[in-house]
Ligand binder design. Sequence first.
Ligand SMILES: *[C@@H]1O[C@H](CO)[C@@H](O)[C@H](O)[C@H]1NC(C)=O
Ligand SMILES: *[C@@H]1O[C@H](CO)[C@@H](O)[C@H](O)[C@H]1NC(C)=O
Length: 508
Amino acid sequence: MSNGRLSHLLKGVWMLWLWQAVFVAGTASKLWEVPTASLTSSSNLSDSLWEQDCQYHHLQDRVTTTADIPPRLDGTWVSTRCEVRPGPEFITRSYTFHPSRHFQALQHYYTDSSCEDPAYSLMIRGKLRLRQASWITRGAIEAEHHLSKVSIVVHSLAAKQRLASMLPPTCVGLTLGRVLQGKPYELYNTRAGRGCLEALGFSMMEMGLIRVETRHHGHGGKVQELLLGDIHTDWTQRSQYRPTGYQQPLQNAMHHIHPCPVCALVYRSSEQRPPVLPRSLAAPLSLTGRWASHRCETRPNILFLTRDFTFDPDQHAWQGVYRHYSDPACSQPTFTLRASGHYAQGKPSAKVSGATEFVFKVTQVRVTALEEPTAKLLNGTRPGKCGRAGGWEVGVEQDLTPTDGCTLLGIKLPHKEYELFKIELDHRKHPLLFIGERPTDGSSPDRPQRRPTSFQAPMGHCSGGDTQPSHRYFNSKQVQLAASGTERLAQLVLLVLGSVLCSWICGY
Ligand SMILES: *[C@@H]1O[C@H](CO)[C@@H](O)[C@H](O)[C@H]1NC(C)=O
Ligand SMILES: *[C@@H]1O[C@H](CO)[C@@H](O)[C@H](O)[C@H]1NC(C)=O
């Protein structure tokens, strides 16, 4: 399909979306209500579809999730585990927001993937101004921050040597040769340039995109989570990148999941006393069975989805179901992708200890359009390019294998990806599966050098009697199972959509 025609088709969807958004904008008086159609300040996310799809959720209390718009940030928000950022970087965070809009963000960096060996801590002070609802990432608020001061405390000699190889010889109050361990030094203030921060790969661009979700549990308890913008997977892009997805959420120090030993350690920490986390419970990497998203996930470039994977290690087979939605509550489905193929487990990762390398092969993808605009879009593709031309209908699944994928969706079959997996146990000792983070630019980790170094939101194991592939996902003749290649496609679609949006807005 020619680019012109493609963008014409995609423009159709965008025009529709923009029309709706503009319509809402026109009728709503507050900035916060753009572009969500909801006129209440709190949206109800409780009746999400994916909850019905995995036993894991049935074991939990009935939970209602709300998102406050604008978000209430006051208080302290802490990491719930050792976080892995692209690079990899291992970090714990404790961010405090004051009613005066000032914030103090404490970041502890470690040399190891269990956050047992602190390298250095940063104390970041600044001011945050909430701007408006995001047009790109629905459900999020855009914000601007202003840094007033960044201090560093170095915790070990090894860290000092490593910093010396990254930083210029002098940074404001810091001359590395004379640095004492455990003593704070100024790394940045408003009179200084950002050279030293950039040399560290430091940026607070994550503050550019904010969402607060509150989960109300049946027994009256609540858990509040702060979602901040994602970190670009390409190191060279991270200080300029305006986030459109989220990183792992922080939890409110007063309203977090119990028990959370990590929360308490991080909450009590200071730049001079970094939290040393207990060794994470080693979990053997057993993929057998079914895994599903805990929440409606947001990907960079306007993508809301839930994932549902099944692995059959005996057959080296997998299947991944990606349900896509147009809203941050995952209540309005747009299309579902069902991908399947084979995988091979590789060696333990040298970069992220505790994680394991994999190679995935996607051999089959099936797509179901779940709303009219998507069905029309796919229906308009040229014969032989995307399933059966003219055969797309809402709710009817099409196999893309005969057409070797779908040009419009950016799917090419067969397709190979280099992956990074790890399994950790949560506070209830239930396994969590972490799968590699997708490259932020929408490309595919199709070469070993592009293998991820960080992870997406974890998926929970579907326990109980539902560990066998259910008939809904596997028809009997097809033992081939299913994983992750399709996310790439979805990202690609959205990247294309994103650039079309730009050509639409930027070019007219
Ligand atoms: C959300 O749904 C729950 C249960 O369905 C209801 O009790 C609550 O009032 C709803 N909240 C909002 C803000 O709509
Ligand atoms: C898809 O195309 C066929 C043939 O042109 C048409 O009959 C059908 O109504 C279309 N379906 C949709 C959902 O647009």
